[in-house]
Unconditional design. Sequence first.
Length: 374
Amino acid sequence: MRERETQRKDDGRIAPPDVNLTPAAQPPSPQPSITGAETAHPQDETRLDGFLFSVDWLAFTVPSSSVEEIQQRVAGDWMELEKGFNGYPRAWLYLSTGGGSGRMGTGMPHRAREVHVSLSGEIVSAWEPEKVQAICRWINELKGHGTRVDVALDDRIGHATVSQVIAAADAGQAVMRWRTYDAKRRCSYKGQDDIQGEMVSFGSRQSESYLRVYDKRMEAAGKGDVVDGPWVRWELEFKKDRAQLCVDLFAHLPLDEWREFTVGLLKSCISFRDTTADSPAWERCRSSELPWWKALTEGFTRCRFHVATTDRKLEEVLAWFSQAMGPTIAAIYCAVGPEWIDKVIQSGSSRWKPHHYQLMKKQKPKRPYLLKAT
């Protein structure tokens, strides 16, 4: 063992840390999310303030393309799966370093070149707005259509808490296009003195539009991340025709008009007004907006496009690997010995991408670098 460590230092490579001595190998167990949605890793979010806007999910279908073209435009490391996806016989999977996933399906018997793509928030929220616009324009050029688009508006000022939104809905002050809403709260045994998560959703996940309002700061705290200040997310989920509307307008609108368009979509779905549930419909719609709602939506019109930083640090990757892959690696070691694992390491080092070099904090070499067998 001492000889191997000496050789790795001489070769200029970094010896992997001992799993037993690595604090990340025993990460705290995260609490499950109550949002039911995949969320981007909140790295560096503590420095953000004000109002933020991001595209948090993108799914689409194009009638004539190829797996290679999708991979080139979306980027990432894709692997073919043994089973299909969403009714398509052939499927590919992309796992980002930020914990997101992308899936791609194709191979329909009578639509051989049709490709369906679904990209989670961890992937899309890390894109610059120019890339989002380029993808939307390409979808339209191929006469494709969007099937799901999620947009998120983040309140980092604290104009309204989730409890305040729920209270207004309970009082009949939510003038909305939906007929129902659902409020959830997670508390410890201490009850309301120790609230660990809140969310209120409007509408149904099966409808063309759906709204989630939840405390993003509490969700991050449940995952072991510390976020200073308030952070309430208003997340709109659009499907079918409304998803295509978003694709069309993101493709053609100037980037600085996206926020006003998104706020317009939010206000077309719901508004909070100084009224009651028993008031006539015409009176509810014409009543004045509640002060906190007016300030919130005005703030959202001034929000900036936020590009999430989803690349994980080395400690986080070690934590994930030891927790998720440790049992499998141990079983493989017992079944076939270390030789097969060494071959996988040698093969994998030839496929390093920029985010792998970032983990090692090394410059990308001019030629592929293979680990030497010992």
